[in-house]
Structures are given as structure tokens and as C-alpha cells.
Design a protein around this ligand. Structure first.
Ligand code: GDG
Length: 471
């Protein structure tokens, strides 16, 4: 069997607890079953980049990591990845920053990753690269003669062409993607945006999954990521989850709980969520003292200014709303800036009558799936989900809303909290079946099957398009 080499920006070694991002949760599960290596940045810095690889193994997962220079982290990670591509890919042109040194740092680090990884790749290996940090990696590997099958999966949305062309050197970035054999997107919508760019900006042609530009044909398809269904249900049924549920219920004293769980990120629509809840409280004074919004939001990317700003404005908003409505014995919003172990999170989800998942734009959103999976089948809660999350394409039995409209959100909260048991059960069952059928194992197998069908070629150069305008 061919080995699988997974590459992502950060290698988060699987550990007993703590907040892991969606990508890390999904990949740890995938790696446990597949032999191979997970390669990426250690998260550490060194005064000089040496290319020294730190090898490790935890719970059946072999990892290979490298340290980066501080300048690399500033320009590549905090810079191009998180201040340029992340906002642009989430339709936030207003937040995207275009700084030349970010672009050159991004290309430098991708090249460094490629040079370090290349000696670890054996002839029959398939390489699977993840996310927007590493778009040019295959191009750099091919330049070093790597002929192996290589695939890329984008966890974020792919933006509409009219937004993407705002990125300096956008052609160069997309041309480098054609060094992969297979491209995966979370939904048909992001795939359509990518195809549109290839047709309009590169003169490409589409035939089924195939996209041809010049002499190069690659496959691009949609493959929604799922949760590790079995592992998550085990966590939800664990003693720790039950203890967390009991504790949560005791603290609620019969109040209805609404839950949100998100990395603290402006794409998650937290401000809009607080304002939607405020509108609900304004419209429904009879519910004062009877309902609580619990928002778990572990901080992320704290070195980036827009993240510091969203953190400050959420503190202000939650404080303002609580000040406006609270009684001495009732605080409407419990806003928590820390992560919880996964099993406890299962209990917290289950305690909530409503899951409020309102990103302004999201590649998929695993929290929506986890909330549904954590529910008691005999008395399930209701999921309220943003139409702009990739998950909305699959979870059509959620109450789908426009997160920018506080009125829609307030109405949906009312509908959810008054929904009859029969309807809750019917909606929940349909979503739960979908989540079980398209779990992370299905996702991995579907993707890896496509990747394994790709052919190695005689010359790595055959897989390259010329890149325009060198940085
Ligand atoms: C990216 C894309 C896509 C959160 N707080 C805690 C905690 N979490 C876990 C959740 C969930 C994960 O983090 C978040 O996943 P999401 O999918 O919601 O979002 P991103 O981190 O933005 O992930 C996204 C994903 O990649 C996968 O492709 O769905 O669209 O943006 O699993 O449970 N986990 C623990 N404690 C917390 O406090 N243990």
C-alpha cells in the first residue's frame, strides 16, 4: 500500500486534551489509520533556518517538523497567510493587507518546506497538502524533481473571481496550484468559483472533474469534510461529558441554554451573533431571566491586529448587552475566552437547546456537525446555521439564516426554542444521518481514492505551468 504524506502548516501533535483547530482534529483521525508522515512547522522559531527535521511519534501518528525563523513567521504565517489570504478568501477585502515582503516570505517558506520535505518522499508515496498556507508547495517540489502524485485540499472558501483579482500576483498563485494532480474543495460553491477563475482568467476548459490550462490537466472536485463520528460519539457518551452536562444543567437552573463554540475569529460572526441575541431579548421580554447564551471562544492568531480588535469589540459588546439586560441573579451572555477538552465540550453541546452557528463565511464549519452529533436522540436541540457556511449545503434541516440580519436571527431563536419535539426529532434525524454518512473517514477515503488514481509522470517538469511575474 502506498504511504500517505500529509503536509499542513502546523503539525499539532495529538494530545489528551486542549483546543485543536478543525484541521488538526480531522487530520489526527486520518493519520491514525494511514501509515506515513505528517510534515509541517513545529510552531517554534529558531534564530537561523537549518532544515533540521524533528521526528516524533504519538499514538500511531509519525510527525516530522521544522522550526522557522521569526521573519518567516511574521511574513509567511502572520503576514501572507493570515493577513492577506485568510481575509480575502473569507470575502473580507476590507481586512486583506497587500505587503510585498509577505508575498516573498510566503514563497520563501514554501520553498524551504519543499527542500526539507523532498528527501523524505519515497517513490510510491502520495503527498496530500492542506490549506491556503501551502498553495505553491507542489510547484516547489516539482522543481526539485518530485514526480509523485500530489493533492491539495482547501479548508477555506475559494473566493469569487472578482475578489481574487484584487490580490497582486493572483495568476502566479493559481498557476502554481496546477502542479498538483488533484484539488479538493469543501463545497460545489467554492469549486464553481475556482472553475470560473480558470475559465475567465486563464483561458481554461472544464470537462467533468478535469480542468485544462495549456497542456496541463488536473482534477478538481468537491468533498465536504466531516467529523470523526465514532470518536465524537464516544466523547459525548464519556463520563467526563456526563459530568460536564450535569454541571452545566445545575448552573442553568432550568434556563434554556443557547451555545456557540468558535475560535475567536472575525469570520465566525460573533459580534453579529451577540447582536442577534440582543434583538431576541428585545423582542421577547417574557424570556428575560429564562435564557442564557453560552459562548466558548478560545483566542487565536493573537499577534494579528484584526484579531486583537475583534477580541476587544466582543468584550465590549458582551459587556454592553449584559449591562443592558442583566438582573442581579441573571447574566444573559456567558462569554468564555478559553478552550475545553473535547469530552467536556460534548457535554456542553448537549446541555444546549439551541446551537447558534453564524459565520459570515466558512469553508465548512465542524462545530455545526458536532452540535448535532452531541444531541440526545430523544430530546434533540435545534441547530441555527448561517447560509454562508459550507455546512449549510449539507445540513438543510437546520434553521438557515442570514447572519447579517439580527431580525432573522432573533426569529430563528424564537422558532428553535418553541419548536415541538416531533419536528426537532425529524430535523435532527435527517442531519444526523448525513453527518454519519459523510464523516471524516468517508472524506479521507473519498479524497485519497481520487489522489491514488492520479498517475506519476516521467518528468516532474511536465506538471508545471510557467509562473508569471517573479516576485
Ligand atoms: C477550518 C475552516 C473547516 C473549538 N473550541 C474548542 C474546540 N474547538 C474545535 C471545534 C471544532 C474545531 O475546533 C473548529 O472547527 P471549525 O470547522 O468550526 O473551524 P476552523 O477552526 O475555522 O477550521 C472550517 C475546518 O477548517 C475543517 O476543514 O470546517 O471552515 O475554517 O472541531 O470543536 N475543541 C476543543 N475545545 C474548545 O474549546 N477541544
Amino acid at each position: 500500500m502506498s504511504r500517505l504524506i500529509i503536509v499542513s502548516n502546523r503539525v499539532q501533535k495529538p494530545g489528551p486534551d486542549g483546543a485543536q483547530g478543525g484541521l488538526a482534529v480531522a487530520l489526527s483521525a486520518a493519520l491514525r489509520e494511514h501509515k506515513g508522515i505528517w510534515f509541517g512547522w513545529s510552531g517554534e522559531t529558531a534564530s537561523k533556518f537549518t532544515g533540521h527535521i524533528g521526528l516524533d511519534e504519538y499514538d500511531g501518528v509519525r510527525t516530522a517538523t521544522v522550526d522557522l525563523e521569526e521573519q518567516d513567521v511574521d511574513e509567511y504565517y502572520n503576514g501572507y497567510a493570515n493577513r492577506t489570504l485568510w481575509p480575502l478568501f473569507h470575502y473580507r477585502m476590507d481586512l486583506a493587507e497587500y505587503v510585498r515582503s509577505f508575498g516573498s516570505g510566503y514563497e520563501r517558506v514554501n520553498k524551504r518546506f519543499a527542500e526539507t520535505l523532498q528527501p523524505l518522499i519515497e517513490s510510491d508515496d502520495a503527498v496530500w497538502v492542506h490549506d491556503y498556507h501551502l498553495i505553491p508547495l507542489a510547484w516547489d517540489l516539482r522543481r526539485q524533481g518530485v514526480k509523485n502524485r500530489m493533492g491539495f485540499f482547501l479548508h477555506t472558501p475559494w473566493p469569487p473571481t472578482r475578489l481574487l483579482v484584487a490580490l497582486p500576483h493572483h495568476q502566479r498563485l493559481v498557476q502554481s496550484l496546477f502542479a498538483y494532480d488533484v484539488l479538493g474543495f469543501q463545497t460545489e460553491e467554492w469549486l464553481e468559483s475556482f472553475r470560473h477563475y480558470c475559465e475567465k482568467e486563464m483561458g481554461g476548459t472544464i470537462d467533468g472533474d478535469d480542468i485544462t490550462v495549456g497542456s496541463r490537466t488536473i482534477k478538481a472536485f468537491a468533498c465536504p469534510i466531516g467529523i470523526d463520528y465514532d470518536e465524537f460519539l464516544d466523547a459525548v457518551n464519556s463520563e467526563n461529558a456526563k459530568a460536564a452536562l450535569t454541571k452545566m444543567r445545575a448552573s442553568l437552573q432550568d434556563r434554556a441554554m443557547i451555545v456557540g463554540v468558535d475560535r475567536l475569529d472575525y469570520s465566525k460572526g460573533l459580534e453579529e451573533r451577540f447582536q442577534g441575541f440582543e434583538k431576541y431579548l428585545t423582542d421577547h421580554p417574557e424570556m428575560h431571566t429564562h435564557v442564557v447564551l453560552v459562548q466558548v471562544a478560545p483566542p487565536s492568531r493573537g499577534e494579528v491586529k484584526s484579531y486583537q480588535e475583534i477580541r476587544a469589540s466582543l468584550e465590549a459588546e458582551s459587556g454592553r448587552i449584559n449591562g443592558r439586560f442583566a438582573h442581579v441573579d441573571w447574566t444573559p451572555i456567558r462569554y468564555v475566552n478559553k478552550g475545553y477538552p473535547r469530552d467536556q465540550l460534548g457535554g456542553i453541546y448537549r446541555a444546549a437547546k439551541v446551537g447558534l452557528v453564524t459565520p459570515l463565511r466558512d469553508g465548512m464549519n465542524l462545530v455545526a456537525k458536532e452540535y448535532v452529533a452531541a444531541q440526545d436522540p430523544q430530546d434533540p436541540g435545534v441547530l441555527i446555521l448561517s447560509r454562508f457556511a459550507g455546512a449549510a449545503q449539507q445540513l438543510t434541516e437546520a434553521l438557515l439564516i442570514n447572519p447579517y440580519s439580527d431580525e432573522e436571527m432573533a426569529d430563528a431563536i424564537h422558532q428553535a426554542l418553541t419548536m415541538p419535539l416531533d419536528e426537532r426529532k425529524r430535523r435532527w434525524k435527517i442531519m444526523m444521518d448525513e453527518i454519519g454518512e459523510t464523516d471524516v473517514v468517508w472524506w479521507r477515503e473519498t479524497y485519497v481514492n481520487k489522489l491514488m488514481q492520479a498517475q506519476d509522470v516521467e518528468s516532474a517538469e511536465d506538471k508545471l505551468l510557467e509562473l508569471s511575474d517573479e516576485e
